[in-house]
Design a protein around this ligand. Structure first.
Ligand SMILES: NC(=O)c1ccc[n+]([C@@H]2O[C@H](COP(=O)([O-])OP(=O)(O)OC[C@H]3O[C@@H](n4cnc5c(N)ncnc54)[C@H](O)[C@@H]3O)[C@@H](O)[C@H]2O)c1
Ligand SMILES: [Zn+2]
Ligand SMILES: [Zn+2]
Length: 393
């Protein structure tokens, strides 16, 4: 089959790889019809190289049609239309039973002391072949696939694999009080969807980014936005002025470690990329070469006693400096990979009866799988309104 493979820093290629097959009796093989490129894939493209091998199949946002089922699969059958969550979770362990699928005890990667395995996501998360491919092997066929109805286009459902549950969890973890205000930093796919979710739930929402097309998309939905380019030095003050001098109740950081700014982090990161892989991996893990620009902004912006919810992914050790400010402001912090299945019961009605979050029309680009190399590059550069790309194998 054809699949998007990682080959090196900023180098992905569509190659011919062996078809997946049923390996355990509950496996399902899905013929992928739509598969997203995510901000999380940009970390693999840019900084997480030391944790990948050339040829690894990327992608964790897939949906399609069940093609083959293992002998013990009873809950889906050939021909069913399914969305595949990005966390690989058994659905039956202690963690899964509490809705903490990103911590699934059956798939935790003990070798690296990390949580649940993820599709297409480095050795730290199990090095499982991903969904930017014609076919995807899905384990736990009785509990993992999300069955969706025939009828509406893929775009209506595909964001259940990651974007919608991540945005939903981001807003939920932000603990916004009734009638409260939430600032969303970053208006990529995750931040854009978080704004939609928060506004759907009745909160006042202020979105921040520096890419005009992304600001426009969110503004077009009637949401207040701030262009970071005009407020590099006074973002916190500007937002405090807009929120009675106190700051918002909550901040969702939907940026993560690709943050614009934070030159010191950038320098360490480029330095790391000159070291041999093994050393680089250690440096990334231990020394902390994060770019913490957005996190620092969040800490500054949030009101005293408020909550920061991190959807953006951070790796390595955080600089301890903000501890003083976090403690002094009595800030609550929640974070983590989205527990996809945890939010599906709340989200399914929102993609079934009408489309209040605007899933259809959310993708800015639909491209064939064969255009993946170009799509990654343009998504990273935020070219030409490249906000959310769906690849079609
Ligand atoms: N927690 C999860 O389960 C989960 C799931 C999916 C994605 N993510 C993470 O969420 C983050 C966003 O993903 P995405 O797909 O929207 O990616 P993205 O890279 O397209 O979006 C990030 C946005 O942040 C903006 N930005 C950069 N620096 C900023 C700053 N200092 N202040 C405000 N905005 C800034 C960028 O212009 C960009 O629009 C990534 O870190 C990704 O890894 C987490
Ligand atoms: Zn994703
Ligand atoms: Zn589990």
């Amino acid at each position: 089959m054809k699949a998007v493979t990682w080959q090196g820093k900023r180098d992905v290629r569509v190659e011919e790889v062996p078809d997946p097959s049923v390996e355990t009796p509950t496996d399902v093989i899905v013929r992928v019809t739509s598969t997203g490129i995510c901000g999380s894939d940009l970390h693999l493209y840019e900084v997480l190289g030391p944790f990948l091998d050339a040829g690894d199949v990327l992608g964790h946002e897939a949906m399609g049609i069940v093609e083959v089922v293992g002998p013990e699969v009873t809950e889906v059958k050939t021909g069913d239309r399914v969305v595949v969550p990005f966390n690989i979770s058994c659905g039956t362990c202690f963690m899964c039973n509490q809705g903490l699928q990103s911590q699934c005890e059956t798939t935790q990667v003990h070798e690296h002391d990390t949580g649940a395995a993820l599709f297409g996501y480095t050795k730290l998360y199990g090095q499982v072949p991903g969904g930017q491919a014609e076919l995807l092997r899905v384990p736990f066929g009785n509990t993992m696939p999300i069955k969706v109805p025939e009828g509406p286009p893929d775009d209506r459902f595909v964001f259940l694999s990651d974007v919608m549950p991540t945005a939903w969890q981001g807003v939920e973890y932000a603990g916004v009080p009734d009638g409260g205000t939430v600032v969303v930093l970053g208006l990529g796919p995750i931040g854009d969807m978080a704004c939609r979710v928060a506004s759907h739930r009745g909160y006042r929402v202020i979105g921040v980014d520096l890419v005009p097309a992304r600001l426009d998309r969110v503004r077009a939905r009637g949401i207040e936005v701030i262009d970071l380019r005009e407020h590099e030095d006074d973002l916190g003050d500007t937002i405090r002025e807009m929120t009675g001098g106190r700051g918002p109740d909550s901040v969702v950081d939907a940026v993560g470690m690709e943050a614009h700014g934070a030159p010191a982090g950038k320098l360490a990161q480029s330095f790391a990329s000159f070291l041999p892989d093994a050393l680089q991996a250690k440096l990334m893990e231990r020394a902390g070469v994060d770019r913490l620009g957005a996190l620092y902004s969040a800490i500054d912006i949030v009101r005293r006693g408020g909550t920061i919810s991190l959807s953006g992914v951070y790796g390595g050790m955080a600089d301890p400096r903000p501890m003083l400010q976090l403690f002094d402001k009595q800030v609550q912090l929640r974070m983590g990979q989205a527990n996809v299945w945890r939010w599906i019961p709340e989200l399914l009605p929102l993609v079934s009866d009408g489309d209040p979050l605007g899933a259809e029309g959310f993708a800015s680009h639909h491209l064939p799988l064969s255009s993946a190399a170009d799509a990654y590059e343009r998504f990273q550069k935020k070219d030409d309104g490249f906000v959310k790309v769906l690849l079609q194998p």
